[in-house]
Design a protein around this ligand. Sequence first.
Ligand code: IPM
Ligand code: MG
Length: 372
Amino acid sequence: MTDFNAGGGLKILVLGGDGVGPEVIAQALRVLHWFGGRLPLQALEMPYGLSAWRAEGAILPARTLAAVHAADAVLFGAIGGDYAGVPVDVRREGSILRLRRELGLYANLRPVRHWPALARSCPLRAEVAAGTDIALVRENTGGLYFGTPRGIETLADGRRQAVNTQRYASDEIERVARFAFDLARGRQHRVCSVDKSNVLETGVLWRETVTALHRREYADLTLSHMLVDNCAMQLVRAPTQFDVIVTDNMFGDILSDGAGAVAGSLGMLPSASLGAIGANGRRNALYEPVHGSAPDIEGLGIANPIGAILSVAMLLKHSAGAAAEADRLERAVEAALAAGARCADIAAPGEAALGTVAMGDAVIAALDRQAG
Ligand code: IPM
Ligand code: MG
């Protein structure tokens, strides 16, 4: 297939990308096709990343970019690897950051939960981590990642100097805070806003803006504030205290990796990058596992596909409007884990590890069993 099919259901563009991306996405696709028998959806795979660079001289070829815009949702693997030979501008042009920005995906939702079946491989003690269910919302299109001026320059005295800029306008803060508040209304009604307002002006404005919005429109919810360094500690000391966390781009990047410890492994974490609700009632959306391309295990067939598979669950919920199917998929993952399915990253000492495909088999078998 070279194009989406008009009237063929939800248009899902699949970009495996680099490293273990294509391996985990292949399993996510099997799961998607399982649901494809029940929901109107179509998946289209397109070249992206280093393989596209080698084959056609672009990381994000024009036809792939066109498909990104034509799609209702993007299912994304990973980007990263040996980009030494790729000119910086070509690299920037094709980066995941460009996709986030170009699609206006300002809210990055990273759910973090504890899996009872993985208690033995979770680095946190069960009594600390049990019951954790956090929705981490990371601002995704602003801040230090995109602020200008930026660059590396040579000073008059010959020293080199690097500059990045942390910049936030109040509307950027407000829209992601609104997303977090709306999310909390369907959960435990608590939002913790994380900043560095004791040092940074961006943190001061962040806190003021979130507080004002809360007072104006979300006074039914409980809002707390936390400094980011304290939050890093609280996430591993007492993660069950959090419901929804909302924070800026850089802090969210760091905290979400840290929170991965609660889930047992970064390989377990899915994510959704979402934009504003458009005229058609739908948000632009990109779903990807939080782990990266992991070039050290590329091609070995051992990467954990659960982060990618759970990203499909997020897609079902947020883009296909199929919350019940999303739950069903989460329960299938739970059942596979309960039955002892483990990849190397979540296997406790003495437990046998499955490869990527075998883990996909285990989840599909659990789906089949549930469907009975
Ligand atoms: C993430 C990743 C990316 C980021 C990298 C690959 C650019 O770490 O999605 O968390 O920093 O946003
Ligand atoms: Mg990251």
